[in-house]
Design a protein around this ligand. Sequence first.
Ligand code: GLU
Length: 615
Amino acid sequence: MRTRRFGTALAGLLLGAGMVTAAVAPAQAAPTQSGAKTPVTQGYGGAVVSDTAESTQAGLDVLRRGGTAADAAVAVAATLGVTDPYVAGIGGGSYLVYYDARAHQVSTIDGRETAPGADGPSMFLDPATGQPLSLPTAVTSGLSVGVPGTLATWQRALQRWGRFGLAEDLRPAEQVAERGFVVDPTLRELTRQNAARFAQFASTAALLLPGGAPPAVGTTLRNPDLARTYREIGEHGISALYGGPIGTDLVNAVQRPPLAPGATLVARPGPMALSDLRDYRARDADPTQVTYRGLDVYGMAGSSSGGITDGEALDILGTVNLAAMTPVQALHHYLEATRIAFADRNRYLGDPRYVDVPQRQLLSASFGRQRACLIDPAKAGVSPVGPGDPFTGSRSCPPPSRAPVPVPDRDHHTNHFVVADGAGNVVSCTNTIEELGGSGIVVPGRGFLLNNELTDFNFAPTQGSAPDPNLPAAGKRPRSSMSPTIVLRDGRPFLAVGSPGGATIITTVLQILVNRIDLGMSLPDAIAAPRASQRNAATTQAEPAFIAASATRGLEALGHKFAISDTSPLDPTIKISPDIGAASGLEFLPTGPVLAAGEPTRRGGSSAAVVHPTR
Ligand code: GLU
């Protein structure tokens, strides 16, 4: 097996503009073996890119047995619930974008977590003070746990596009959970970052802090409870969780967080009831669609803000020719496009069942032109930029408005994976339990962590005198940034991409698209290139390699300011990686094979594999 290192990310950043079609010369590699990871490969018959070798292998095995992309996606996601437990699993939620090769159609499933029926607008206000709870208090609690949607997403995907049943697609994950997997440095490091709060819960410490400490690299971590849980779901169907015995245990953990003896945490309980689980549905939803440089870009509509915000930014960038610009100007326009699009996201986007989202207007080319007027090639915009008015249809350039207050947003981590099968069906799926380690609560006896997705709501109004579209409400889905994306060229798949990273997901997906489509990079280079994320803030979050790049001096001369983000949002004394995102993607090459590409180094690197590698 060969692993190809791509030219430094810095070189990628500085790649001259103007070359539109990338010369792609990826590595040729055998399918991933458990324990080893290859970030890039190419070939035929189907492909998988995910965070861990075991999850990629599980997907590949299902494809080899004749499963569809949907079957393989369930196998990948279920295995990630074992080997990537801090960012995925049946205690969380998912968004899945699917290209159906027979129908030539892109569809999506919204499996976002949902606020229990007893929650309301003041759920994150301290009853004693009326002030918003601190983030750490809100996160590590039963209160933050939304009704999980991942398992319902799997079921819905299999109903619509699967060949096998849930039991069969869960089996590879069940086996990994039963026999265990080898702890790598990434898992140990993420455990270290969360060890103090994991130690507060008896069930979490028992699973994830064997012997009272993060497991050593090279040791085997088994999760027989999760193996049993998967088996029970396979035998009895998803109702085992959505109203059955697994659900009862889940609700008990939310209502009475299972504190360890001697725990110092006061974990606020949540009001979730078994009926909330019974009532949960993954929703079929139309994708967002914009045309960019002649390509059709499909993404996730509400309850995620990903597809609309990326779509608006692409509409803004579609008004200029990035390929003809200097690298500094191309990056300046990229940063300004998301500065502006985030102002509109924050003002208008929320769960469309609760908020009148002007999706059509925000994604109209005329609104993109109107917002593009705000970009001054000679200087960086001043944040917070105010939202535009998508209802006016104005052809002129409106004067810039100012937002009342900057909206805090965060850059936590989930995972993204992509799958294609031999028939040409494609999955782009992001799944999450929100914070790394979610709420910190493992459901006793069940082997999975519960999400803290409800902290994606705004705790208090952020939009001044205008309504805030992302306040909590009973049954509402918190606004997400997850942006699983599929790009078609002439009606056929061209790219499938996505990333974790909280609100940085939106900018990471956009940056990869711009790198690939406009700046002449191959997909692996587009993923590896250093990242910067401007989200309508005075300072742009950036990776150290981006800040070190010479083009960045040019951006600073225009007034851009950059800073890394490398401390935990839950405890500023805990250092975390300054990396932004951990992307994965597929490119369907005109010559026939599929190029499967992930991260060479971020979050320990991705695992890419194809059914029949090109030799
Ligand atoms: N909670 C985040 C969102 O829905 C996703 C998790 C992450 O990547 O941080 O936007």
